[in-house]
Every structure is written in structure tokens, then in C-alpha cells.
Design a protein around this ligand. Structure first.
Ligand code: MG
Length: 379
């Protein structure tokens, strides 16, 4: 599919904060467009490599087969690219946003984020979405001439999914749309839905694998039950090991097809000519009403039976304790942190402590906590 006129076009990018030489050309064609360069910078960042040891529902050491933030981000990129291609959007930009969307996550998933946000209550709070932007704008230190990765406006806009009015005022260019009540690019909107499709489905898969939820419980959930019935009709007597992935891939297909069809209808109805028309319009990417309801039913199920399963709650409680105790220890004595973080603390100690903790992987946070609090541990 050709790049649609309403897609993000790299030649018309609002650009980078620090101007840079154009990509080298061969026979007059740049080797990489600016959105490819963004994506490549993300893949080479240290924050991206840490995603391997960060988790959402299951803590990293709980099993080798569960999704990590890295494999989650790859699944989001895979879904987002396919949807973008179908809708005539810029695949490289969509992929870049997908690979960057979780860079700012704390260790231990949402329990970690909630705990760090509580610690930062009097110091401007902590929000993983904003932190992802902070990672690519400031915390990565790989270039001689600037902090951060100096990404294009479009990539940064895509990372910032939501934002308070107060933060939007401080953020400048990428904060504007929250003040103007405008929409982000369709590439950004697609990535949000790809994120949601990815985690709902892989959490069903991981939830079943961990035996925290069962097929029996999922029989009342339309999206799962209807697709499982289709698989059983086609393959009577199929073994459970194959039944689950056959069901889940049908669920993903159903969601993706509905998203593409519904979104294309809305795009055609509006007939946008440029990305500016997209920014002024309400969000155009979305599910039909029927699929929205089915998807919500699945989300509610997961919230109740998986994310608040007592075994998950126990790990969340531990995570909260680790994050809070680390935060308090570094606030009381800044010299417990490695030197580069002590330097950052001279400017703003709470933020420097939050940045240090947010950058930790699950296992590093556990080890760091042990090093600080267990008398028999050294260093
Ligand atoms: Mg995500």
C-alpha cells in the first residue's frame, strides 16, 4: 500500500531539537529516512536493552516463557506495522513509537510505577509515559553534542500518550496538543491500539500458562469463547497446548481486522488531506462498538482474575516495599547512589532518585535492595 497523504511523511517532519546532517545518500536516495534513524537509535539505546529484564505482570525470575517488556514491545511493533501498512501509514514511525513506548517503565510493572508515583507525590509525581519521553529526550547519554537521542517531533509525540495540563505546559512542542485538545498522528493512535491488543492477548496466554487463570473461567468471555469454539469445530479433539495459541491468534486477527475496517471507514468519511487534518480531527483509529464491548469484557476479566490474583498481589506488595525503601534510603543519603546519579541529584534530588530507580530492571532492584538492607550482603 502506498503511503497515504494523511500519513506522517519524514520529509515533512517537524524536525529534531538539534539539527543534524542528513542521512548519507546513494544515487540520490538517503540510506535511511528520519523515522528509520529514530527507530535505530531506540534499538541501540541502553533503556531498550533493559526492557529484557523488566516485566508487567510476572516478575522476571518467575519463568522464562512469560513476556518481558522487550518481547511485549516487539509484539506491539509487529502488530502496529501490519496495521499501519493496511491503513497507508508510515511503518517505520509506527515501529519506532512501538519500540519506545515502554522505555520509561519502572521495574515490577504497574506496582512499581504506583509505588514510585506515591514516593514522588510531593515532588511532581512519576508517570511512566512521561518518563519514556524523558529517557529519549534527556537520560540516554550516547551523543557528543546533546543529551538524549534527539528524535523527531513525530516520534516524541507518539510516545506521549497522555499528559496532564500542568506537564503539557512545561513540555513545549509535544505538550501543545493537550492544551489545544488535538489528536496525535494516526501512527501514534495505531500504536496505542496495538499495545492494547498485544497485552490483552499475551496476558491471556501467560495467565493460562501460569495457571493463575483457567480455560473454564474464560468460557464466559465472548472474545475467547467464540474463537475457541471455532477452533474446536475445525479441529475436534485438538490438544490443549495447541488449542490456546490457535484461539489467541484468532482473537488477535479479529481485533486487528475490526480495527482496520472501522478506522478506514472513519478515515474515508472524513477524507483528510494532510496530517494537520488528522491532528484537528477526533481520534479516528478505533474498534467498532461490538468489538469495543467484547474487548472491555476481556479487560475486566483480566483485571479481576489475573492482575489482582492473590499471588500477583503478593509480588506487587513486595515490589512496592522494595521501591519505597530504595527511594527513602536514597533520599536520606544521596551518597548511597552511584556517582553519576549523585551529580544529577545536585540539581533535583527526588527526580534523580526517581530516574535511578525507574531505570532499574526487576532483578537489579531486588539485588540493590538486598545490598542496602541485608547486613550479610557486601557492596
Ligand atoms: Mg505497552
Amino acid at each position: 500500500m502506498m503511503l497515504a497523504q494523511y500519513a506522517a511523511h519524514p520529509e515533512q517532519s517537524k524536525g529534531r531539537k538539534f539539527s543534524e546532517a542528513a542521512s548519507p545518500q546513494i544515487n540520490g536516495v538517503p540510506i535511511r529516512n528520519d523515522f528509520q534513524r529514530d527507530r535505530d537509535r531506540i534499538i541501540h539505546s541502553t533503556a531498550f536493552r533493559r526492557l529484557e529484564y523488566k516485566t508487567q505482570v510476572f516478575v522476571n525470575h518467575e519463568g522464562d516463557l512469560f513476556r518481558t517488556r522487550l518481547t511485549h514491545s516487539l509484539e506491539v511493533a509487529q502488530l502496529a506495522r501490519g496495521i499501519a501498512r493496511t491503513l497507508g501509514l508510515h511503518e517505520d514511525l509506527t515501529e519506532g513509537i512501538a519500540l519506545a513506548h515502554d522505555l520509561g517503565h519502572t521495574p515490577f510493572g504497574h506496582a512499581g510505577q504506583d509505588a514510585l508515583n506515591a514516593c514522588m507525590r510531593d515532588y511532581g509525581g512519576f508517570e511512566h509515559n512521561l518518563q519514556s519521553l524523558r529517557v529519549v529526550d534527556k537520560l540516554e547519554k550516547r551523543y557528543a553534542e546533546f543529551d538524549g537521542l534527539n528524535l523527531t517531533f513525530e516520534l516524541r509525540e507518539g510516545i506521549l500518550k497522555h499528559c496532564s495540563i500542568k506537564n503539557a505546559r512545561e513540555l513545549g512542542d509535544v505538550g501543545e496538543r493537550f492544551l489545544q485538545k488535538q489528536s496525535p498522528s494516526l501512527e501514534a493512535q495505531v500504536t496505542n491500539f496495538a499495545d492494547e491488543i498485544a497485552y490483552n492477548n499475551h496476558d491471556v496466554d501467560d495467565g493460562l500458562r501460569s495457571q493463575l487463570i483457567s480455560i473454564e473461567q474464560l468460557k464466559d468471555i465472548a472474545l475467547f469463547a467464540e474463537n475457541m469454539a471455532l477452533v474446536k469445530d475445525t479441529y475436534p479433539g485438538i490438544e490443549q497446548k495447541r488449542l490456546i495459541p490457535e484461539t489467541i491468534r484468532r482473537m488477535i486477527n479479529q481485533l486487528v481486522i475490526d480495527l482496520c475496517e472501522t478506522s478506514l471507514q472513519r478515515i474515508h468519511a472524513l477524507n483528510p488531506q494532510t496530517i494537520d487534518d488528522i491532528r484537528k480531527a477526533p481520534h479516528l483509529i478505533g474498534f467498532s462498538e461490538e468489538i469495543t464491548n467484547k474487548n472491555n469484557q476481556l479487560k475486566q476479566f483480566l483485571r479481576k482474575h489475573l492482575y489482582h490474583h492473590y499471588k500477583v498481589n503478593r509480588m506487587s506488595a513486595k515490589a512496592e516495599r522494595i521501591i519505597t525503601e530504595l527511594f527513602n534510603a536514597f533520599m536520606q543519603n544521596v551518597e548511597l547512589m552511584p556517582e553519576e546519579h549523585q551529580w544529577a541529584a545536585k540539581e533535583d534530588q527526588p527526580r534523580a532518585v526517581a530516574d535511578y530507580i525507574a531505570g532499574m530492571t526487576d532483578r537489579f532492584a531486588i539485588r540493590e535492595h538486598r545490598r542496602l538492607f541485608a547486613v550479610e550482603e557486601y557492596l
